[in-house]
Write a protein that binds this ligand. Structure first.
Ligand code: YXS
Length: 259
């Protein structure tokens, strides 16, 4: 059974993540269907994409599928990880993607939201950046995406506390574009999409790629890269990494020791 729903209306594509029983955890299966759908949208020259969960969802996405994280001694967020593949597809898709949020957004799903071009959220939305809650060493481009989404102090607050941030505060901080009522979400999202849809698609796709390239333009030396990868390895080789994943799977609180 498909874990997404898809429809196209007047060159506006709507992808609904629909694996509700697993809270739209970003499993390989869900990610692959989104990627295949985006490829189809590109072939059909879709001009805007709305990425959403079913109406009135309590959870937009629970983030990376924890069952698919390696238990130890392997980089959990390597190049071919489904979450990493999805982020790259969203960033390089040649038309704007609008995250249409209802419910809570967790972990890697926050980065999915930040990798979209714009964000509309209902008042009940919360955003929780969770590597510290699970003991996960987030990867370099993921951390850069968080840096591009919020200010220095806010990125640190979200990363170190792993606490959910309200849509109201996220809008006030410019992390999301609009907070709207649940009743107006659909109409508001489609109105915004149509404003984009009626502009010049070639100009928009080139501006989107320019923004991506310039946002990612960071001077990082091979020595810096190796230091970061070495630091990350100490985390995914640690007791705490195993403990964080095991505690989640065993539905208990983790007991982190700092080793
Ligand atoms: O027990 P069953 O089989 O019914 O499955 C349960 C959950 O195990 C499953 N599920 C997940 N499975 C894999 N990966 C997940 N991230 C995940 N989240 C949930 O979905 C079924 C229903 O879950 P349940 O009973 O907890 O639902 P709920 O409505 O009571 O609570 C919804 C949530 C989202 C508040 C709760 O499921 C939750 O706290 N999920 C984990 C959120 C989270 O910490 N995500 C971060 C994942 S790790 C990640 O994204 C990155 C690697 S990082 O951490 O580095 O950012």
């Amino acid at each position: 059974m498909s874990v997404i729903l898809s429809s196209i209306h007047d060159a506006v594509g709507i992808i609904t993540m629909n694996n509700v029983t697993k809270r739209n955890a970003l499993s390989g299966a869900l990610v692959n269907e989104i990627i295949q759908c985006l490829a189809q949208y590109q072939r059909e020259e879709v001009r805007v994409v709305l990425l959403r969960a079913p109406p009135e969802s309590k959870v937009w996405s629970a983030g990376h599928d924890v069952n698919e994280l390696p238990l130890a001694r392997r980089d959990p967020l390597g190049w071919n990880d489904p979450l990493r593949m999805l982020i790259r597809e969203l960033e390089t898709f040649p038309a704007p993607i609008i995250a249409v949020l209802e419910g809570s957004v967790w972990g890697g799903a926050c980065e999915v939201v930040f990798a979209c071009d714009m964000v509309i959220a209902t008042e009940n939305v919360t955003l929780a950046v969770t590597p510290a809650k699970l003991g996960v060493p987030y990867n370099i481009t993921g951390v850069l995406n968080f840096m591009n989404a919020a200010s220095r102090a806010i990125v640190r607050e979200m990363a170190f506390t792993a606490q959910p941030m309200s849509a109201e505060r996220a809008e006030r901080l410019g992390i999301i574009n609009y907070m709207v009522s649940a009743e107006e979400l659909d109409d508001f999202s489609m109105r915004l999409a149509m404003q984009i849809r009626n502009n010049a698609p070639l100009s928009i796709s080139v501006i989107k790629e320019q923004l991506r390239l310039l946002e990612s333009a960071q001077s990082i030396t091979p020595r810096m890269f190796e230091r970061i990868q070495g630091l990350r390895r100490t985390v995914y080789d640690s007791h705490d990494y195993k403990e964080g994943i095991s505690a989640f799977l065993e539905k208990r609180r983790p007991d982190f020791t700092g080793h």
